[in-house]
Write a protein that binds this ligand. Sequence first.
Ligand code: ZN
Length: 161
Amino acid sequence: MQVTPRVIAFHYTLKNPSGEVLDSSSGAEPLRFLEGAGQIIPGLESQLVILQVGDKRTIQVVAAQAYGDVDPSLMMEVPRARLGVERELEIGDQFSTRGPNGEPGGVFTVVKLEGENVTLDGNHPLAGVDLSFEIEIMSMRDATQTELSHGHAHDGAGHHH
Ligand code: ZN
């Protein structure tokens, strides 16, 4: 038997282990995703797909199943001059990198400024953070053929990308 993947819409409030709210869909449209398409972190998806419409849960996702553990090889100290930036740098500034063929690389964030050196961190801001999602399932429906061919969910109002 072939099962059509579903499009699941849910509201969420994301907190870190200290209880700080990192993100929330409150006051906005619920987040929609196509089942099995890798649109949301796997550790969250696996716990959402077994729920029913109307269910409210707090779902814990450990860092390794969310944005991954911190990869020390993505932390690097470089001379400020090598960045080729004229203005003053600040903690939190971000740089996009390009691969050898001009393809988009990672995003690096300035995490430390010391003398002539800058420490850049290419880890996702939520790498190494255990996440807690308070969620409510708003709707579940079969995905449309268009959604299946695009590999993502569309909202009810039409086609937005
Ligand atoms: Zn599409």
